[in-house]
Design a protein around this ligand. Structure first.
Ligand SMILES: [Zn+2]
Ligand SMILES: [Zn+2]
Length: 340
């Protein structure tokens, strides 16, 4: 009896691996998760592309850009579920060996003078590994413009998980979409806080969302210009943060494209653009309190020294519209320049 049991258990311990299949969702995408603890970004990759395009050496997190071998991207749920199923399978295999062993011993023992009752109290059942089901489909489907890998995300993706390509075009569009979403959710957030009697929190939170949205627009624009701008031959590389300054950017683009912000925007718009960029500078560096530098640089005549500036939803919407207009012109002109 024991010989068979020992042999059976040895066989189980020698089994190389237990395969737990993972199902794709209805759109054919499988779940992945960034292994970096501070990130843990959830995304999906197209199942066919995962087999055909992705490389074993490196997969990239769409949100933080972390690179790790392809075997590191299981989601925590997949790992837990696979562990649970593997453990159940081993338990049932051991159970079956003990059951068989007990039955065999019982049969052998029937004819003796002393009857020994050997019984295994577990169950004799075969555990069947079930595929791990997929999470709900994600709406935002992205195709990398460099390697054509298809993936899907919720929220913002900066990097292609297959080749790590960081599209500045997509990054800018995504950042402005984020601003639109933030502004669109403003009323709902305000209502929740007001309904729960938190009037101060409602005012502070909404103000903060609007102000950070203004900063988001400037950061997205600055990043786009920094990456897109190629200084003319013989000129020094543009120092970091230069495109936070409207006059600098206007002159720089005129040098390489022959046109600048004041060609693409109306006179009033250009004036407003300068004010809004300076407002963002104030929020960043002096908590929004008007200083002499702001008054000189912005040309704002509505605010006095020592006042705190006010940023409205329409300020952010106007800024988003203006920088989109500028970026569209830069895209078109750099494409033309690239094609000639
Ligand atoms: Zn990540
Ligand atoms: Zn790619």
């Amino acid at each position: 009896m024991f010989k068979n049991i020992i042999e059976g258990i040895e066989k189980i311990s020698k089994q190389q691996s237990i395969l737990v299949p993972i199902n794709a969702d209805n759109d054919g995408y499988i779940d992945k998760e960034c292994p970096v603890n501070d990130c843990l970004f959830s995304f999906k990759v197209n199942e066919t592309d995962w087999s055909n395009l992705f490389k074993d050496e490196a997969v990239y997190c769409p949100q933080c850009g972390h690179a790790a071998p392809s075997k590191c991207w299981w989601t925590r749920e997949q790992v837990e579920e696979a562990k649970r199923q593997a453990l159940n399978l081993i338990k049932s295999q051991i159970g079956n060996i003990l059951f068989e062993g007990a039955r065999e011993a019982q049969n052998r023992n029937r004819t003796g003078f002393i009857k020994l009752k050997i019984q295994y109290c577990g169950t004799n059942s075969r555990y069947i590994i079930m595929p791990i089901s997929a999470q709900e489909e994600m709406e935002q489907k992205v195709t990398c413009d460099k390697c054509n890998a298809r993936f899907s995300v919720v929220g913002i993706a900066f990097f292609c998980p297959c080749c790590g390509h960081n599209s500045i075009e997509k990054m800018f569009d995504n950042s402005l979409n984020k601003v639109t979403n933030k502004l669109n959710s403003l009323q709902a957030i305000q209502k929740i806080l007001l309904d729960s009697g938190q009037r101060d929190a409602a005012a502070i939170t909404c103000q903060s969302i609007v102000e950070t949205s203004l900063s988001d627009c400037v950061t997205a624009f600055q990043y786009f210009c920094d990456k897109k701008y190629k200084a003319p031959e013989g000129e020094k590389k543009v120092p970091a943060n230069s495109f936070q300054r409207i006059e600098f950017g206007n002159t720089a683009w005129k040098k390489v494209l022959g046109q600048g912000y004041d060609n693409w925007l109306g006179a009033e718009e250009y004036k407003e653009l300068r004010i809004l960029f300076q407002k963002r500078h104030l929020l960043q560096h002096s908590n929004g309190i008007v200083d002499v530098r702001y008054l000189e640089k912005s040309g704002d005549t509505n605010n006095n020294l020592g006042q705190r500036i006010v940023v409205t939803v329409s300020d952010v919407e106007n800024l988003a519209t203006m920088i989109k207009k500028i970026v569209t012109n830069i895209r078109q002109l750099t494409e033309k320049a690239g094609n000639t």
